[in-house]
Design a binder for this molecule. Structure first.
Ligand SMILES: Nc1nc2c(ncn2[C@@H]2O[C@H](COP(=O)(O)OP(=O)(O)OP(=O)(O)O)[C@@H](O)[C@H]2O)c(=O)[nH]1
Ligand SMILES: [Mg+2]
Length: 436
């Protein structure tokens, strides 16, 4: 169809003469009229993105030309692609698996170097290879067990139980590692959540504004100014952080403020990094008790805590003394303490460095799970494998154990799309934009 519209070197192209993957320069003619000077590339199956015969036309940037071209093509029997249709076709034609197709969507929406790196790794198939490896190990185990089942009358044990257990443990810990990487993977994709918490009027909203370089949150000297949480992402040296300003913590009977404070606690639990704001103008006992209150809400095994002594401009040259005393009183190596003035924007570099050092990139080269669908499948696979492990320990009949093994295989296979339904595919690809 496209060949019939293109005049190359003064002649219409014949379909049979077309050389694939070559760029043709020519005139796009519609009913005798020249529409535009264009570049056209023809792709022959399977050497195209979708794996099918296809053509790409590059026109000049005019919206009119683009609309007109679409109209001409539709008149000739084409239709507009659905959202994600190109990628879906490529998946169906086995150009890549489902996890890789989803990585394309992630790549398109990546907002930081780290998110881009994770998407590229998934696109290259690192994650898929790991899953395939695990699946083939489990398939081997299932085969062994089912063989045993076939001969169950004769009371033979083919599968070496200790070998099975070792194989299982290896796979289970691999699945669990991938599952646990989701917290970090998700943080990289959507921004590492950093909750800014502390008593009212300590300067949390001022800090958010200083970090963003704009007046995003309302600042005032009235305690309890911020009622709801405010979230904004910011790219700091290639890492995406999601800063969350929260309602100040204090005792209150006011209903709305109470709800806000509940939310603050929730944000602390969900955060990867917690910035605890303290006010330098408070006395050191009150600062220590605020610090301890925040510390009691943070799980230092999973989260990092940076305590910021704010408003040090009100006590010039006292910063080092204040932070030294607090570090000594807290006596906790895992907590970082820095001094700053959010209002006058000094000490922010120390905060950036603390954030950089607190980001939990403990295994940057290993596969990170970033997709909630994959995470769910891994959680289920892990549950099924734990049941298998239990079954082997307690000598549950082989047929029941192998059923759980099949479940685990099913969940792992659903990630790469080896096992999938039209409904699942529909949901995944509808998230793509048109033309991808
Ligand atoms: N001197 C000085 N004042 C500051 C500093 N940071 C914040 N303030 C002032 O402290 C007051 C409270 O600031 P906010 O940013 O609204 O404090 P908050 O912690 O968000 O307060 P709530 O939302 O009520 O919990 C405002 O008057 C700010 O101007 C600072 O570094 N130095
Ligand atoms: Mg505030």
């Amino acid at each position: 169809m496209v060949a019939g519209l293109l005049q190359h070197k003064g002649k219409y192209l014949e379909t049979n003469d077309i050389i694939p993957s070559k760029v043709y320069h020519g005139h796009l003619i519609n009913k005798g009229d020249l529409l535009d000077d264009v570049l056209v590339t023809f792709f022959r199956a399977p050497h195209s993105f979708t794996g099918e015969d296809s053509a790409e036309i590059s026109v000049h940037g005019s919206l009119f030309v683009q609309q007109k071209l679409l109209q001409i093509l539709i008149e000739q029997g084409s239709r507009m692609a659905e959202a994600g249709e190109f990628t879906r076709r490529a998946f169906v034609n086995r150009k890549f698996d489902l996890a890789q197709a989803e990585a394309i969507a992630d790549l398109i929406s990546s907002e930081s170097e780290a998110a881009h790196r994770v998407a590229i790794n998934q696109l290259k198939g690192g994650f898929s290879k790991e899953l395939q490896m695990m699946r083939s190990k489990l398939l081997e185990m299932t085969a062994l067990m089912e063989l045993e089942l076939d001969f169950s009358e004769e009371d033979v044990e083919f599968a070496d139980r200790s070998q099975l257990k070792a194989l299982l443990q290896e796979t289970l810990s691999h699945v669990n590692r991938l599952k646990d990487s989701f917290r970090l993977g998700n943080a990289i994709k959507n921004g590492i959540p950093v909750a800014i918490v502390g008593k009212t009027n300590t300067g949390k909203s001022t800090l958010l504004n200083a970090l963003l370089g704009e007046d995003r949150a309302i600042v005032s000297d009235i305690a309890g100014t911020t009622r709801d949480t405010i979230e904004e992402t910011l790219n700091v040296n290639g890492m995406l952080f999601r800063f969350i300003d929260t309602a100040g913590l204090r005792q209150t009977d006011e209903t709305i403020e109470k709800i806000g404070i509940e939310r603050s606690y929730k944000k602390i639990r969900e955060a990867t990094i917690v910035i605890g704001m303290l006010d330098a103008s408070n006395n050191s006992e009150s600062m220590l008790s605020s610090a301890n209150e925040i510390l009691s809400k943070v799980d230092l095994e999973q989260q990092r805590l940076i305590l910021c002594i704010n408003k040090v401009d009100t006590l010039p040259d006292q910063g080092d003394v204040l932070s030294g005393r607090l570090i000594q009183d807290l006596d906790n190596d895992a907590v970082l303490v820095i001094c700053l003035s959010a209002k006058h924007k000094f000490g922010l570099n120390d905060l950036y460095n603390a954030l950089k050092n607190s980001q939990p990139l403990s295994y940057p080269d290993a596969t990170l799970v970033t997709n909630v669908r994959h995470y769910e499948a891994l959680v289920h696979a892990s549950e099924s494998l734990s049941k298998v492990e239990e079954g082997l320990e307690t000598n549950i009949p082989t047929d029941l154990v192998s059923q759980d093994l099949r479940q685990a295989l099913y969940y792992l296979g659903s990630i790469t799309g080896e096992i999938t339904t039209d409904e699942v595919l529909g949901t995944i690809f509808s998230r793509f934009c048109i033309g991808k």
